[in-house]
Design a protein. Sequence first.
Length: 232
Amino acid sequence: MTIISLFIVYSIIPTIAIRSLSIGIFKKSHTKGQASLTFDDGPDQLYTPMLLDLFKKYNVKATFFVVGEHAKKNPDIIKRMHEEGHTIGIHHYKHVSNWFLMPWQVRKQCKMTADLIESMIGVRPIYYRPPWGHLNLFIHWGAKPFRLILWSAILGDWKLSLGKDRLKKRLQEHIKDGAVIVLHDNGENPGADERAPENTISAVTEYLEENHGKYDFVSVHTLYEDEHRNRV
């Protein structure tokens, strides 16, 4: 079997199969009147505090899937997230794809990040979102014991060219009962535009101003627990 074939079997096929069939992952809930805003790739020294200020104003509880090396530089922001009732999940320690990691490397990336967050807030993260949503053949072993979280909608806000108005329109279209929405509070990672979070903050601000009270924005933890409680 060629290297390309092995890569497809190890990475592409499992990603498509697991995501399309929702095998061992959480993408949304069926909870009425609640939705979850989630933010990847942070924390960012400038943009994340702006979001936290906004969420405090509108009583929004969000979920932040943090990159370990960014968290290490911003411990005060991590502590603030926790103190203000947001859920802190993990990406990897570095923003690298599972397509190019062996299972033990995935486990190492997750453990390093979880250890770091636990050392800062005294609580160990239990939720994990793979960078870019990339999975592999052994992801459920490599990511153990973390709960894998994907999304119901990813809005492309990492590109500055999307613009605030189009992003707000996508928010309006995709925020619905039980939705898990992916946004980004850092633009430094591969494929992103550094200033893209400016549009994200503006769009989310306008959305909350115009739709205050329409949905109760809760953390992924709340949606996850409600969904699994209702299945029992």
